[in-house]
Design a protein around this ligand. Structure first.
Ligand code: SF4
Length: 333
């Protein structure tokens, strides 16, 4: 019998999902769920690392995200969908890993520096924000996956997970396999303003945007700033609209648009309309499925509870091995 390899990935529950989340992770997750023993989790504690002041929407965000997952094609019959905070073993392993993680490993983390520079409206000089990758290591290693598919911006974090696993194994004996980190195909997507698409930057197109809302956003997107008049030639390489063409349009369209842009043969609105056609094809069915799922409250709650129970069993088995390796008395409720 072929035993499926275990794969695990998670997302912060900090709001609705956008096209960058979809291309950077969800497309890959939907593919993996049939070929792997797949675990996908809602990282609701992680959401607190950047949004600790206002927790009033944490529950709604969790629910909204699972709605997006299901609408995008995740199937709870094929994979395990669970919520981090429903499996307290994550917090326990986090504490134990905190003891063995050298501080410089966290301080040199590029995401830490990048987010501190880009998110100006919150104080992120907290222990929780700095220690975020240690909690992430616990999230991952509790399930001892063979692989963790990641977007390129998560690579340094998962590399830290691998380092923590190696350090633990070196200190206490081999408990954790070192997970591989296959990169997802389209790791970065430009947002409406040309920066990376991100909820925090307010430049995202969301899976829950209606076709009209989506078009309104695309229509007003930033383009090549040098192309002021319709008759000015542009450079698609510096235009975020073209960045989205690269992710969603077919090769013929991409070529025609790039050529038309460079020769001023196409106007920006026409270019955006062509992009929007491809977005409609892919995201309107997801939007419609989403509307059906939203209407069925019990379904989403049931998926989270069942998946979290299944995850907790696996987590408890790993933690028992950790306690044994560290000579700590076993955890009993
Ligand atoms: S034609 Fe398209 S690629 Fe060129 S600047 Fe306008 S929107 Fe951007």
């Amino acid at each position: 019998m072929n035993v499926k390899q275990r794969t695990l990935s998670g997302m912060q529950s900090s709001g609705r999902l956008h096209l960058g989340n979809y291309m950077g992770a969800l497309v890959n997750w939907v593919r993996l769920q049939s070929s792997h023993d797949a675990f996908f989790f809602i990282a609701d504690w992680h959401a607190l690392s950047t949004n600790y002041e206002d927790t009033s929407r944490v529950r709604d965000f969790t629910r909204e995200m699972v709605v997006d997952w299901l609408a995008a094609g995740l199937d709870p019959e094929q994979c395990t969908i669970f919520q981090q905070s429903r499996v307290p073993e994550h917090a326990i392993l986090h504490v134990l890993f905190s003891m063995i993680t050298p501080l410089p490993w966290l301080e040199r983390n590029p995401t830490y520096k990048d987010q501190q520079a880009n998110i100006g409206d919150r104080d992120l000089a907290t222990y929780g924000f700095l220690g975020y990758p240690v909690l992430q290591a616990a999230d991952i290693l509790l399930y001892r996956p063979q692989q963790v598919p990641v977007g390129v911006d998560q690579l340094p974090h998962v590399e830290l997970t691998r380092e923590i696993a190696r350090r633990f194994n070196h200190l206490y004996g081999e408990v954790f396999p070192i997970p591989q980190t296959p990169l997802t195909e389209t790791p970065k997507l430009p947002g409406l303003d040309g920066r990376k698409m991100s909820k925090s930057y307010g430049n995202a197109v969301f899976l829950c945007d209606s076709p009209q809302e989506r078009w309104d956003k695309v229509r007003t997107m930033v383009t090549d700033p040098q192309r002021v008049r319709r008759t000015d030639p542009g450079d698609p390489e510096v235009c975020p609209v073209y960045g989205l063409h690269e992710a969603f349009s077919d090769p013929v369209t991409r070529q025609e648009v790039a050529e038309g842009c460079r020769t001023a043969g196409i106007g920006c609105i026409d270019c955006k309309k062509r992009l929007n056609g491809f977005l409609d094809e892919r995201f309107t069915p997801i939007y419609e499925r989403r509307q059906e799922i939203v209407a069925d409250r019990g379904r989403v709650e049931g998926v989270i509870i069942d998946g979290s129970e299944k995850a907790a069993k696996v987590a408890a088995e790993t933690l028992a091995q950790v306690y044994d390796a560290m000579h700590i008395p076993p955890f009993t409720r």
